[in-house]
Design a protein around this ligand. Structure first.
Ligand SMILES: [Zn+2]
Length: 253
């Protein structure tokens, strides 16, 4: 079981994992294989020594609060999650700058949210797919351009709340795929009549239906992690007696 510990004096945290007690082995070039030296390593002990006499508390990680800027399989990335001591909530930044570095944890007083950046039409993919599927009876470049332009114009006016999320896996955790709503679909189909002849229209209709929920017509929304930090005066370790007086003052108010 992992345990998240915060030093209230320094606002530093420690993620206690079962691995902290595993010894580190050193392969010295002077030693034959039999004399591999095991060095007892206990990072948690180091943390306790460093924060001796400080107030420590356990934080509980808030479930489902993990968010990462890159794919989960990426070793070098920054992720965030939320934790609480029951009264206050904190954002914990988890990061690693180099692949051979251990994970670092940093406490941020505040909160985070996902900020909507934009909605993108997969233009390149649509064009490629149209060319591929209409290989035998190719569409003209003008028709393809007109279709893409029409789709863009519909998406631009699309109310975000009408979008329906699709369970499409994205390698990027800050990308979410949506499909257009039925009203937009109807509008798209109707306006395609101005671009394609009757026979082509039947085929484009089929194309739209096939690619709307699971294909190139999906809309890609991008998000950004926005950290809202609460300005906090840099706390210095305060003697317990001062803390007590502070508590008394607070009670009187
Ligand atoms: Zn401390």
């Amino acid at each position: 079981m992992n345990q998240l510990i915060r030093c209230k004096n320094c606002d530093e945290i420690f993620m206690k994992t079962p691995f902290d007690h595993w010894p580190e082995y050193e392969f010295g070039s002077n030693h034959p294989d039999e004399s591999i030296q095991a060095i007892e390593k206990d990072d948690f002990q180091d943390f306790l020594i460093h924060h001796h006499g400080h107030q420590l508390e356990d934080l509980r990680v808030i479930e489902d609060s993990f968010i990462s800027e890159k794919a989960y399989s990426e070793p070098i990335k920054t992720s965030y999650f939320k934790a609480t001591n029951g009264k206050e909530s904190f954002v914990i930044k988890k990061f690693r700058e180099r692949i051979d570095e251990p994970l670092k944890y940093q406490l941020i007083a505040g909160d985070y949210s996902l900020k909507w950046i934009g909605l993108h039409v997969q233009t390149k993919e649509i064009v490629e797919q149209l060319k591929k599927e209409f290989k035998n009876n190719p569409l003209t470049q003008n028709q393809i351009d007109a279709f893409v332009k029409l789709y863009h114009s519909i998406v631009e006016t699309l109310p975000v709340k009408n979008l329906e999320r699709v369970p499409e896996e994205s390698p990027n955790p800050l990308e979410i795929f949506y499909k257009m709503d039925d009203v937009s679909l109807f509008y798209l189909l109707r306006n395609c009549r101005h671009i394609f002849n009757k026979q082509e229209h039947l085929r484009i209709e089929d194309f739209i239906h096939r690619h709307r929920e699971d294909g190139v017509l999906l809309l890609r929304a991008t998000y950004k992690i926005q950290i809202k930090e609460i300005a906090k005066s840099k706390k210095k370790p305060v003697p317990a007696s001062v803390l007590l007086r502070k508590k008394e003052v607070l009670k009187k108010e």
